[in-house]
Structure formats: C-alpha cells, structure tokens
Design a protein around this ligand. Structure first.
Ligand SMILES: [Zn+2]
Length: 887
C-alpha cells in the first residue's frame, strides 16, 4: 500500500550485488496458516570491494530467528522489518546465515509468494515473490543452488514438489507426516524457485532426449481431471523434440513437472523443472475446450518449456532485461506453432494480436520501449510491448541475418552465456559476432518506443526499366521520448508482375539477399533495375518489421495482390487494407448520420478468396474477419466514437453475409464434418471457417441464420462448435439467445473453466443492457473475486473487449470497472492494475467520453490508499506527455 512516495528503479543505477549467495537450503514445514520456512544461505562478499552492509529483501515477512555461522545474532546485530533485513556489520568473508520466518499462505490473496489455490499450496515468485517467503537478495543476478526439504501432514499434502531432482522422501516416524527433499543442481535466481504441496492427481510419461537420456514427465492436476491432460502432455513432448531439432537444446534434469492450479495471476510460470500453470492452459477435452483452448495449451506449454534455456539456464541480469527472456521465448513459441500448424495462419494471427494490443499500447500513454529504463512497479511491465514486440525484434534479427547466421548467433548465445544472468547487449552482440555486422543502430528497437511509420513513394520508369522507391520513416513521440532517431528496418518485399509471378529483384544491379531491403535513414531511396513492367508492390512481406506502412496503392492493385501475391500474409493484408479504408470512411459516415457504403471491390476480393478451394480454410476464415474495433480506433487516432466503429464494422460483416450468402452457406455445409472431434490444425481450420460462415450468415438477420446457429448450439458434439454458435447467438437480441445461455449454464455449472466462457461471453455483448447484466453477474453465486480467471472472464472481458459498453457515453462502464479495481486492489493489486490498463486509450476518444474517463481516472488517483501497482498505471495513464521532455 502507498505508505511512502514510490521510488522509481532506473536501469542506469544498476550495479552488481555486494554479496553473493552460493547455496540455499530451505526447510519448509507446510501449515495452512503458520508455515515455517528455515533458510540456510551461504553468503560471501562479491569481489574485493569495501565491506558493505548486507541488506536482504522482504515483503510482509515475520522473522522468528536468525543465526550467523550457527550462533544467534544479538538483537543489536541486525534490523528486521517486514520488508527488509539489514546486517550493518556483516563479516567481510564467507558465512552461513540461517533465517526462520513464518507465513500464512491461506490469507495470501496477492497470489505472490507461498499461497493456496483451493487446498493446494503453491508458489509464484516472479518477479519479486521469493521475498514473501524468506529474506533474500531477491534479484535475478543472484544465482544459487537450491536444496528444498518440504514437510507436511500426509492427508493435507500427499504430493510434495520442488525444483530439480528428488533426492529423498519418506514418512516421519511416529507421526502422520512425511517429507521430500529436492535438489536442483543448476544455479538459478530466486524468481525461478517453486514448491507445491497438495493432494493431486498425476499423469506420467517419459521422453528420451537426443543424447539418449530418459526424462520422466509428470503433470499434476486436481484429482478426477487426469483425463484432460493428454493434449498438454503431447504438446510437451512435441515441444521438447522441436527445441532439440530447431535450436539444438536438450532438457537437463531427470524429471520435468507441470502443476495445474485454479488460482493463478498469470498464464503459467517457468520455474526450473517445476512449471506451475493456470489450469486453463493444461486441461482440455473435446467437450470442454475449444480449438482456441487447445492451441493456447500447445503454445503456453511450449513457451514455458522453452524458457528452460531462454530464461532459466540463461536468465536476465535485472528486470529491465525482461524482454531478453520473454520476447525471445515468445518468438520461439510462435515458430514452434508455425511449424506444428500453419506458418501463414500463425503469422497472421500473431500480427492481428500485435496490432490489437501492442500497437494500441504503443500509441497511448502506457507506451514504453521493449527494454524500459525506468519502472515504479515491475509487475506492470509484463506487457504486449515486452512480450510481443520483443518477439518481433528477435524476428527482425533473423530477417536481417538470414536463418543460418541467426542460428549460429543463437548457438553462440547458448554457449557463451549458459549459467549467466545476461543483458540485451550481450544477446545482440552474439549476432554481431557471428555476422560481422554492426548492430548498434538496431539496438534502438530496444530503446525507442512507438510504432515506426514508413511512407513509400514508388516511381517506375518504363523506358529505363527502373523502379525507384523513396522511403521515409518516422518514429512518433512517446512518453519521455519526444525525438527519435531512425531505426534499422528490414523490409521484405516482392515485385509482382501482371501474371502474378514475382519479378527478379535486382537492387543496384545485384540480387537482394533474403529479399529484404534495410532502411537505416529517415529518407532513403532504393533503385531496382531490369524491372520489365510496372509491378504491383508487395511490401513488408510476412510482416518482416512491426511498422505502420503507407503506400499509395489503389484498390485495383490491392485486389490483384489479394488474389495473386505469393506471400500469404500480404494476400490477407491486401484485404485488410481494403477493409480498413472502407471502415474508416464508414465510421465518419455513421457519425454524421449516414448509412455505411458498400465497396464492390472488397466484395470481389473476398469472393475470389472464397472461391479458391486451394487455400487453407483457417486462412480463409482469417480473411473473412475485418480489422478489430481496437485496430480501427487506433487507425482513426483521435476523436474516436466506439459506437460508430462498432456500427461500421458490424455493417461490413452483415454486408459480407448478404453479398456472399449462397457461397457462405455452401462452405458451411462443406466444412461440416460428421467425424469425431480431433484437435489437429486442419480440423480446427475447417471448424474456424465453418463458424465464420455461421456468424456472417446470422448477421443478415434472417430467421434461417439464427435458426442455423441455434441448431448448431443444440446439436454440437464439441465445445468449439457449441461455443461458436453461442457467440453468434450472443450478438442477436432474440429469444434463442437467452435460451442458449440458460442451457449452457445448466450443462456446465460444475466446470469452472467452461463457466468462465459463460461469464466472458455475456460481458462482451455490445448492448446498453450489458452493464446491468455484468453488475448482476458480479453477485452471481458462481462469481468469485478471489479467482483471477473469473475476474478476467467477467470484468476483464468487459473492460478490454467490449469497446462500446466499457466506453459508454454516460461513463457508467468506467465507473463500474474503477469501482471493481478499487475493491480488488487491497486483495490482488497485480490483477487490479491489469484491469486498470483498459483506460489506456482514453485520450483518443471523442470529447464526452474523454471527459468521463478522465473524471474516473482522477477519482481513482485521488484515493488515499492505492497499491503501487494501480497507482503506477493510473499516474502514467493520466500523465500529459504531449510535450514532455525526456525524463
Ligand atoms: Zn514467458
């Protein structure tokens, strides 16, 4: 809570720790309200500097005893507060420090440190949770070897897990208690520590690594849910094999464990050898999980597993380097999914997500560089910028160097920095070393926030057969960064000839390596020779750089690219560009009371794609989906009316449904399968296309369209189809909607993960009655503010995904979310702050909503007691950065 002015942490203030901790021996005796933790730390001075006081971090800790080299420290030998333990005169030599603390895991509602999810004891230590377990140098550059003994009543916790390998376990004679000892031979920072105790079911398997070692695999879940772990286990084994084949990375311990818990602040956590997961990313069955859930499980299981090398073996020197593990690991999991499923579909999906979340973040008051230089609360930097833009930056290194040099750079990174806490500079230096390139300008991607805007002016000289591209780039100002320098931008491109084939790419007479030109200056020109005809320009193929591109390209050319570009991403992009142009103009028309215009050219482009049976169904489904409301609002930029954005988008989708009705109905029938459900990507793609057709057909408001959806709802034999039908019905205020929602609750009342979907879907209905409905749902017996998944499902979905109702003109949406945040803040500040970030685009709204949002934000900011988490988000959201000098 806000007891003192929060002090910012700055990258420039980094200095190595004064002390090292070599080994940590923990002895944890689990108890619901009085767990004791004895920690024996081997401490030594770091380097030959002058003697320094030993200052250990704590957070709400209660010290029971402290001994130095076996002897109790006298009362005047140390100062212990809940958040710090200081030994001013620590001996300037190696010594053992034994600290005993006592914790109450049951009342730990922040879900950081040791807490209980249901009756299961579990931990979450990233970023700064270990200091809630014992006093420690709780910073990632202090890496130690951990041995963990856990003891508990057998009936309370039959399973006792910690990082590493199991070295001893057994009953404690004469008692009803037992113990387990785990040893992790790999040095790790404290944020990767984990322990779990509970009565859990287990699914076991094994994996033989590329060097022939046998690794035991185990997934622990609530008893009775073992039959829902199959896909997670299968994903894990595929991820382990892929990392061997693609990056040469082999698993290192004797066992790899995953524990699924129901109360978790994040998606999952990569603790060494013992990943703790939000059960949403583990449990799946055809009857309870959608294709999206299956894909999410595959991606998150892989992501956390890949952290074993990018995060655990090589960790971050400090929290400013968070993108070093997250951006890189997101890149790795995206590549894994691309290889497992469809590269084109994965890329389009990732870019859609990037634009809807990261581009929006980059355009608002919470914009920050991929590697920030200052934070008040690190928990607020687990952002789309660090994760997704961080992944794009790694992808650009690959685009610049080509795949072979990229792999060589990764290999060098793994060998050079194994066992270390590294920095972004060290990572990028590996690529400079293997390629001989100077990467210093490229580093601006880590230091400059904002989405670069690239303007391209093409000039074709048919007599000289020369194409000249004049390219300008600007990086817009962002908070604290009014003036930017030009970036290194790898722009993949193709020149498409009239027959649809690519023309040769000769830049200044030489073939272009990897088909990529490199922008490095504010203004640059590129000359292509021997261009036999006026080409259609296919720029930023595969979205080679996370930039906003503007090219004077007319609708005919876009339709041509939509039909012929050999780069599937740009085929999709051409349709998106056509749709965005129309949508922006229709938003203005709707606001002035006019009717949205129809664009025959766009309809023709879509028609060509619908007819092309060679295309992957999942790709066609993505093409049928116009830019998101968030994306349209960001493109409009200011004076945004979310109601008009929604109306224009819905009108376009209804027009597609009407215009292509017969074709959509035919595809719906063709994509419908009588086979038993299978979660594989081709089957999922067919369902995605089928359900996209279902939705567009219902938007024509014909009774047949609604009846088709209601039929599908009732007769579906899997959650994907049932949920898709319910989503379609949710958008229509018809009697079938209420009937389906009631039925859905009755069917799945006992299944929390499915009931989350029920809450979320009601929260995103874009109708004025939704606010009252959501308010009523907060009082529903199934709603609990103690469960982050439930909060995200109801309040998070309303705030982040219901653009018209969160941004109600009367401000009711803002007040509702703010009031909920204020109530939640004392219990779980991390989740509260996350909800509060829904206000991040308030300055772009039209005047009345802007005023209402500001009033609400100022009311929250004025609260006498506010967590540092929420305080930080509100302060940054309100800050006027219009002309702010660098701070
Ligand atoms: Zn991660």
């Amino acid at each position: 809570m806000r007891t003192e002015e929060p002090r910012p942490v700055r990258l420039e203030d980094y200095r190595p720790p004064d002390w090292r901790i070599g080994t940590v021996e923990l002895d944890v005796v689990l108890h619901p309200t009085a767990t004791t933790v004895r920690a024996k730390l081997s401490v030594s001075p770091n380097g030959a500097g002058a003697p320094a006081p030993l200052v250990l971090d704590g957070d709400e800790l209660t010290l029971c005893s402290i001994r130095l080299d076996g002897k109790p420290l006298p009362a005047d030998g140390f100062v212990a507060t809940p958040d710090r333990l200081t030994i001013a005169q620590a001996p300037h030599r190696p010594f053992d420090l034994e600290i005993e603390t006592v914790l109450d895991p049951t009342s730990n509602t922040k879900l950081m440190g040791l807490y209980r999810a249901g009756s299961t004891y579990c931990t979450q230590c990233e970023a700064e949770g270990f200091r809630r377990i014992t006093y420690f140098l709780d910073r990632p550059d202090v890496m130690a070897i951990y041995t963990t003994r856990i003891e508990a009543e057998k009936k309370d916790a039959g399973v006792l897990l910690a990082n590493g390998n199991l070295v001893a376990h057994g009953d404690i004679a004469g008692t009803s208690r037992h113990f387990a000892v785990w040893h992790d031979p790999f040095p790790k920072p404290s944020y990767l520590f984990a322990l779990v105790g509970g009565n859990l079911g287990c699914v076991k398997d094994s994996f033989t690594t590329m060097s022939g070692r046998n690794v035991a695999l185990a997934i622990y879940v609530e008893p009775g849910k073992e039959d829902r772990c199959g896909y997670a286990m299968d994903s894990l084994k595929r991820a382990m094999r892929w990392d061997e084949l693609t990056f040469g990375r082999e698993y290192d311990l004797d066992i790899f464990m995953i524990v699924a818990v129901s109360a978790f602040n994040m998606g999952a956590m990569e603790n060494k050898g013992l990943n703790v997961f939000n059960d949403k990313y583990v449990l799946a069955s055809p009857a309870t999980a959608t294709d999206g859930d299956y894909a999410g499980i595959e991606a998150v299981i892989a992501h956390e597993y890949f952290h074993n090398w990018t995060g655990d073996r090589i960790t971050c020197r400090d929290w400013f380097q968070l993108c070093l593990k997250e951006g890189l690991t997101v890149f790795r999991d995206q590549e894994f999914t691309a290889d497992q499923r469809s590269r084109a579909v994965e890329r389009i999906s990732d870019v859609r997500e990037l634009r809807a979340s990261q581009f929006v973040e980059d355009a608002g008051p919470l914009a920050h560089p991929v590697r920030p230089t200052l934070y008040h609360e690190i928990n607020n930097f687990y952002t789309a910028t660090v994760y997704q833009k961080g992944a794009e930056v790694v992808r650009m290194i690959k685009a610049l160097l080509g795949p072979q040099a990229f792999r060589a750079g990764m290999d060098l990174y793994f060998t050079r920095h194994d066992g270390q806490a590294a920095t972004v500079e060290q990572f990028v230096q590996c690529f400079a070393d293997v390629s001989g390139r100077d990467m210093s300008q490229f580093m601006r991607w880590y230091s400059q926030a904002g989405t670069p805007e690239i303007k391209v002016a093409p000039h074709y000289d048919s007599a000289a057969r020369i194409l000249r591209l004049e390219i300008a780039q600007i990086v817009p100002p962002t908070p604290g960064q009014p003036n930017k320098k030009p970036m290194t931008v790898p722009l993949a491109l193709g020149l498409v000839g009239r027959d649809g084939d690519d023309l040769p790419l000769l830049l200044d007479g030489r073939p272009l390596p990897h088909g990529v030109i490199e922008l490095t200056q504010s203004n640059q020109s590129f000359v292509f020779n021997n261009v036999p005809e006026h080409p259609a320009l296919s720029l930023n193929r595969g979205f080679s750089a996370p930039v906003k591109l503007s090219v004077p390209i007319d609708a005919d050319e876009l339709r041509f690219l939509a039909a012929h570009d050999r780069d599937p991403f740009n085929r999709w992009q051409a349709v998106q560009t056509l749709a965005m142009t129309l949508l922006k103009s229709n938003v203005a028309t709707v606001r002035s009371g006019g009717a949205p215009r129809l664009d025959q050219g766009l309809m023709d482009a879509l028609g060509a794609i619908l007819k092309d049976t060679a295309l992957e169904p999942a790709f066609v489904a993505l093409t049928l989906s116009p830019p998101s409301e968030a994306d349209i609002a960001r493109e409009i930029g200011s004076d945004v009316d979310p109601d008009a954005v929604y109306a224009a988008r819905r009108a376009l989708r209804a027009a597609i449904g009407r215009h292509h009705g017969a074709r959509l109905a035919e595809i719906y029938a063709r994509m419908t399968s009588a086979d038993a459900y299978r979660p594989d990507a081709p089957s999922a793609g067919r369902r995605a296309l089928k359900n996209a057709c279902l939705d567009l057909l219902a938007l024509t408001e014909s009774d047949a369209g609604i009846a088709r959806a209601f039929d599908q709802y009732r007769n579906a034999d899997n959650m994907t189809d049932r949920m898709a039908a319910l989503e379609t019905l949710a958008a229509h205020n018809r009697p079938e909607r209420a009937a389906a929602f009631d039925d859905f609750y009755t069917r799945y009342a006992d299944d929390p993960l499915v009931i989350d979907k029920w809450f979320a879907l009601q929260a995103v209905i874009p109708e004025p009655t939704t606010l009252d409905r959501v308010l009523a749902l907060t009082r529903h017996p199934a709603f609990s503010a103690a469960n982050p998944n439930r909060i995200r499902a109801l309040i998070g979905a309303f705030a982040q995904a219901n653009h018209t109702q969160f941004n109600r003109r009367d401000g009711g949406g803002y007040d509702f979310v703010a009031n909920f945040v204020l109530e939640l803040d004392a219990k779980n500040p991390q989740v509260a702050a996350r909800l509060m970030s829904a206000f991040r685009s308030w300055r772009a709204l039209e005047a009345q909503r802007r005023e209402r949002a500001e009033t609400t934000l100022r009311r929250v900011a004025a609260m006498p007691v506010l967590s540092p988490d929420v305080n930080d988000i509100v302060a940054r959201t309100l800050a006027d950065n219009s002309n702010q000098p660098a701070c």
